[in-house]
Ligand binder design. Structure first.
Ligand code: EPZ
Length: 430
């Protein structure tokens, strides 16, 4: 039987206006945070992606009741009956974000039994920052085989603790914060991750009744409370979907407006588009009293640029692959340095099959702009690589077949539909 694939044909200049769904990297951790409450919460703007469906099945397996109104992107979660604190390995292995239930389970039950989450193509993706962080704030950890058994040390020794991360890990910051919100005393996290998705988690935890102070110098101070309450919350728009849609406008030389994008979450990315010569307009609309919206008026022969990924607010590593697709067709040479993951260049051999001129030395890729890319058969290896190859296919002569459709499904909610609304020529053969 023919494998499923995405068929992308050379498209005209993309133009028009589209809206974003909620951020994948906010909604997954926020669904997990609901374990901290007992009762019925409502999440709005939830993307219907397979990663979300996976997190729903994890919560259901623990005893949660979940109703997903995919028509209205509304998720209703009742956590009253959650009674289990162990997560099956087969569930842990399907998605790395499963590790984000560890903090909430420890906070709710005083113990948790999880398996090591699977690594992925981006690299080993260990969880040592999570484990060492938990140990420092009073969690006894026993690793046996693929299992991690953890139990809270309730002695006063860990009432007031300070921990500093050697690297501002998004997941470790989120996991420890979700444990600390119900831990008696004060927990200070130094060198915390402050991505917009982490701030959205802080916002919902605060709505639940948590006491969290986000101070200067990436220091998060959590003062434990006795109880957290169910809430209603709208997930922030997905800045990574926004970046993808704007890059699609750039690579086809079109004009694309992303109506609910939050410009101040994307400064570095927008500045780089401007450096290429594209015209960027922001803040044309109002949402909850804030100016939102981003428009790109792309030029035909953009300049090459230099980007270096890093923790927020540096250039987002999750936009590195689609950006590289765009940089294949510039009037110059570009340099992409990937500092977050040790193996996030898997899309390069696929882009080279299309006629791009890319060379790699260590963690830096040099991209010499070419006049044309050619459609061919490609293999997507991860969520953002699938995005890069679809984007490249929009501008490539002929047709491009991208297999590895599961990655596209994991990270996006009908993104192909939005790209086609803008004039893209994408068909999915399941
Ligand atoms: C989150 O992953 C995102 N995933 C990733 O998005 C994103 O790329 C990453 O943050 C960086 O922004 C979700 O939010 C679900 P990290 P996370 O801990 O938390 C190493 C996507 O495509 N590390 O900040 O796993 C790690 O290997 C995905 O949407 C350790 O060494 O990222 C990586 O090299 C991909 N030990 C670096 O730190 C640890 O204990 C950054 O990881 C944890 C991480």
């Amino acid at each position: 039987m023919q494998a499923s694939y995405i068929l992308v044909k050379k498209s005209a200049e993309l133009s028009g206006t589209v809206e974003l769904v909620g951020a994948k990297n906010a909604v997954l951790v926020i669904i997990s945070s609901l374990i901290l409450t007992k009762g019925r919460s409502v999440l709005e703007n939830v993307p219907n992606s397979s990663d979300v469906l996976h997190m729903i099945s994890l919560l259901t397996d623990l005893g949660g009741q979940v109703e997903f109104d995919t028509q209205h992107n509304r998720l209703i979660v009742d956590t009253s009956d959650i009674s289990k604190f162990d997560v099956k390995p087969e569930i842990m292995n399907k998605m790395r974000a499963s590790i984000l239930v560890m903090g909430p389970l420890l906070a709710r039950f005083g113990m948790a039994k999880v398996a090591f989450p699977g690594g992925c193509v981006l690299g080993a993706r260990p969880i040592d920052y999570h484990i060492n962080g938990f140990k420092k704030i009073g969690v006894k950890i026993e690793e046996n085989g693929c299992y991690i058994n953890s139990e809270v040390d309730t002695s006063d020794k860990f009432k007031n603790v300070r921990i500093s991360f050697e690297y501002p890990s998004v997941g470790a910051t989120e996991n420890l914060m979700m444990f600390a919100v119900l831990k008696p005393g004060q927990t200070v996290i130094i060198n915390a991750a402050l991505e917009p998705e982490v701030l959205d988690l802080i916002e919902i935890l605060t709505k639940m009744g948590a006491k969290i102070d986000c101070g200067p110098g990436a220091i998060i101070t959590v003062t434990g409370v006795d109880k957290l309450n169910p809430v209603k919350h709208e997930i922030i728009p997905d800045r990574l979907e926004a970046g993808t849609l704007l890059i699609a406008g750039a690579i086809t030389g079109g004009q694309v407006t992303v109506k609910n994008a939050v410009p101040e979450q994307m400064d570095m990315f927008l500045d780089k588009l401007r450096e290429m010569g594209h015209e960027i307009e922001t803040g044309m609309f109002q949402h909850n009293g804030k100016a939102v919206g981003i428009t790109i008026n792309a030029i035909k022969n953009p300049q090459g640029i230099r980007i270096k990924t890093g923790p927020y607010p540096a250039y987002p590593t999750d936009l590195q692959a689609p950006t590289m697709a765009m940089l294949c067709l510039t009037n110059g040479t570009s340099y992409v340095e990937e500092t977050v993951f040790e193996n996030r260049f898997m899309h390069i051999p696929e882009l080279q099959k299309m006629g791009s001129q890319i060379s790699v030395k260590g963690n830096t890729a040099t991209i010499r702009g070419v006049d044309e890319l050619y459609g061919t058969k490609l293999i997507a290896t991860d969520i953002r690589a699938s995005c890069a190859l679809v984007i490249a296919g929009l501008a490539a002569t002929g047709s491009t077949e991208v297999t590895g459709i599961q990655h596209w499904r994991r990270g996006y909610d009908k993104l192909e539909y939005k790209l086609n609304l803008l004039g893209g020529n994408i068909e999915i053969f399941d």
